[in-house]
Design a protein around this ligand. Structure first.
Ligand code: 5U1
Length: 670
């Protein structure tokens, strides 16, 4: 019996180690987390019932004992080096040239490139295949003994895999926290009202230096090796061979190693920088090394850094600067948003002088005040953001800004809809800021498509009070605009001609041009197809609007609110009186198919031989109305694969349901 238990414990230890390797090294887990937890729980139970079979390196022993106080010092037998940096292509090429000269070679040496993980350097010592010591870098000569904590990091094997390894093997690498693990951990900490971490690097460093290993065990740390310290026998003749050997021993190695000539490395740098934000961990550059270990030794070291390697840094994504002011902007829909004006700072590869603050809740959350030192982040093409305010450096006289109660442009009162973070100007078209944005939208290519009427001209026309509503554009003459914005006679004539030509439009473009909140091009097209006629749309009830595909309660409310404003209806009438027109939609009822006039159809799920839009057009051609939601008024539901709640509702209401094949037969297309 006891032999059976001992064997089961050994099997579980082997199996769990294999899963650790699959998960952390290969990144290819073969079982789910809960299955893994079951195996670990069984092992824990058997070990507690039979402590005589407990292997000190069992996967259950990762939550180590508490050290008495602080961390003891560890002298590194081989110093832990740091890296010199290069910051651009020129510096990189100089680095390669220096090495090539020094090696007295005609060709530059083969190089490797790997992501420079942004974490904490760690040295892990294995003796006879067992983890015996883990130490932080410290000053490079002496670090801290963090063995108990490191034993809790699941990606670090407590025993090496296989049977061939050096008696002494010191592995060097980086302890990090992946972005997703960091976000989840911070959320957990926040929910427990505990202090959260500013970024994954701080979280990794703070967690590894925790004095209580049982707390470290709850922190989702990862480790990736990038080199060696002391070894009793070589693992290979090149850096790439060493990395492969470490991987085979069960050690996770720095991912994405590239090997090649300097040109290959230059391309790898561009590619890595482009993928930077998509990687699961934060990196701050790329480490380039000479691949051949003999050449590495020949090149040697300067002071504390090797000559054979460098960190080719990425432009920093975060930088500190001063928040000069918080300005307020009014958008086309009247949204009033705070904008941070910054002392210009170079970040993410560009000079930034503005950052978004989203809304006034965000200003309060950050506690951002004019004059504060702030940390600005610009990652990829994302609009620069303020991620942190250094409140500790704040002057005593600083004061929070107050939320405006009136529009800074037209002084109309501001409104805040329930549940919305955004405040809005209630001035509508009387607000000059909204007027400009509204007119820019009206003339834009996908709306009325009026060529030659740009932002500058609109600004002048508004300034002169010649144009207050879109209709005023159609009252302009070539003579009146000649000379504005350095416009010649010919240009003025062209502009007026473009304005006149825009009078002939489509219902969908006109609807889109009105700038109703949340009515984009696609919704405008659907509304135009569904209602065909402006009066019918103006009179449509909330429920009728909701019947339209893709129109939900919020959009329906915006449409209703827009048409309920007298001034908006007056502008529409004005536009029509000035000659804006579109073809009247004539529903040509097809002679070939059945007459579906008066029927309401709904489409759901995936159609295989046509798109939903095509099917809708065909049904409309037969006289049917196509709605987005099922109700008692629905005549027929066409359900394709993947149909969900609409199908269930149709069945519960007793609405007839057909599939795509039946629809095709009905359309007479089979
Ligand atoms: N990826 C990587 N990071 N890193 C840091 N490789 C690497 N190599 C290092 C350091 C300090 O040093 C070796 C070149 C000795």
């Amino acid at each position: 019996m006891t032999e059976i238990v001992a064997q089961r414990i050994r099997d579980l230890v082997t199996e769990i180690r294999q899963h650790d390797y699959n998960y952390h090294v290969l990144d290819e887990p073969t079982i789910g987390d809960s299955q893994y937890d079951l195996l670990l729980a069984e092992l824990k139970r058997l070990e507690s019932e039979h402590p005589e079979f407990l292997d000190p390196n069992s996967p259950t022993q990762r939550v180590g004992a508490k050290p008495d106080s602080g961390f003891e010092e560890v002298a590194h037998r081989i110093p832990m080096l740091s890296l010199d940096n290069v910051f651009d292509l020129d510096e990189f090429r100089q680095f390669v040239e220096r090495m090539t000269d020094r090696l007295d070679q005609s060709d530059s040496p083969y190089l490797t490139a790997e992501p420079k993980l942004d974490g904490l350097a760690l040295s892990i010592r294995y003796e006879h295949g067992r983890l015996v010591l883990a130490a932080t870098r410290g000053d490079g000569q002496t670090g801290e003994n963090v063995t108990q904590n490191v034993r809790t990091i699941r990606s670090i094997p407590l025993t090496l895999k296989g049977s061939h390894y050096p008696d002494v093997l010191e592995v060097r690498g980086e302890v990090i926290m992946k972005k997703a693990d960091f976000a989840a951990m911070n959320q957990r900490l926040a929910e427990a009202s505990e202090k959260t971490f500013v970024n994954p690097r701080n979280a990794a460093a703070g967690s590894l230096r925790q004095l209580d290993p049982s707390i470290v065990a709850t922190r989702p740390l990862s480790f990736y090796a990038y080199g060696l310290g002391e070894v009793s026998e070589p693992l290979g003749t090149t850096h790439s061979e060493v990395m492969d050997a470490l991987k085979n021993l069960g050690i996770p190695v720095n991912p994405g190693l590239v090997r090649g000539e300097p040109r290959v490395i230059e391309t790898a740098y561009e590619s890595l920088m482009a993928r930077r934000d998509d990687l699961p961990y934060e990196i701050d550059g790329m480490v380039v090394k000479v691949d051949a270990l003999t050449l590495q030794n020949a090149l040697g070291f300067v002071a504390r850094a090797p000559r054979f390697a460098t960190a080719w840094k990425f432009p920093a994504q975060e930088a500190a600067t001063r928040l000069v002011a918080i300005d307020v902007q009014v958008g086309r829909t009247g949204a009033i948003t705070p904008v941070a004006r910054l002392e210009p700072v170079f970040v993410g590869g560009v000079t930034v002088s503005n950052a978004t603050l989203h809304n006034f809740d965000e200003v309060a959350r950050l506690d951002a005040r004019p004059g504060d030192q702030v940390m600005v982040r610009r990652a990829g093409d994302v609009i620069p953001q303020i991620v942190r305010v250094m409140t500790e450096q704040r002057s005593d006289v600083s004061r929070p800004i107050s939320i405006p109660t009136e529009c800074p442009i037209c002084q109309s009162p501001v409104e805040r809809a329930e549940g919305e973070a955004v405040i809005r100007c209630s001035g509508g078209l009387i607000c000059r800021a909204q007027r400009l944005e509204h007119l820019k939208h009206f003339v834009s290519r996908k709306a009325m498509d009026i060529d030659g009427v740009g932002e500058r001209l609109l600004e002048i026309l508004i300034e002169k009070e010649w144009v207050a509503t879109p209709a005023d554009l159609y009252r302009l003459s070539a003579e009146s605009i000649e000379g504005l914005d350095r416009m010649g006679e010919k240009s003025a004539h062209n502009v007026i001609q473009a304005i006149a030509q825009s009078k002939e439009t489509t219902f969908a473009r006109f609807l889109y041009a009105l700038g109703i909140r949340d009515v984009g091009e696609a919704t405008a097209r659907t509304l135009a197809a569904e209602f065909g006629d402006l009066d019918r749309l103006i009179q449509a009830t909330h429920d009728e609007l909701m019947d339209v595909e893709d129109v939900g309660p919020v959009v329906a409310s915006h449409i209703r609110a827009f048409f309920e404003v007298d001034r908006n209806r007056a502008v529409i009438q004005d536009l029509i009186d000035l000659g804006v027109h579109w073809p009247i939609a004539t529903v040509e009822v097809s002679q070939d198919g059945p007459d579906l006039t008066g029927q309401t159809w709904v489409l759901t799920g995936t159609l295989e031989t046509m798109t939903r839009d095509e099917a809708s057009d065909k049904l409309r051609a037969l006289g049917a109305k196509v709605s987005g939601s099922v109700s008692a008024k629905t005549t027929m539901l066409v359900a394709g694969p993947g149909a969900g709640s609409k199908l269930a509702k149709a069945e519960s209401l007793g609405v007839d349901v057909i599939d795509e094949a039946a629809l095709i037969a009905l359309l007479g297309e089979s």
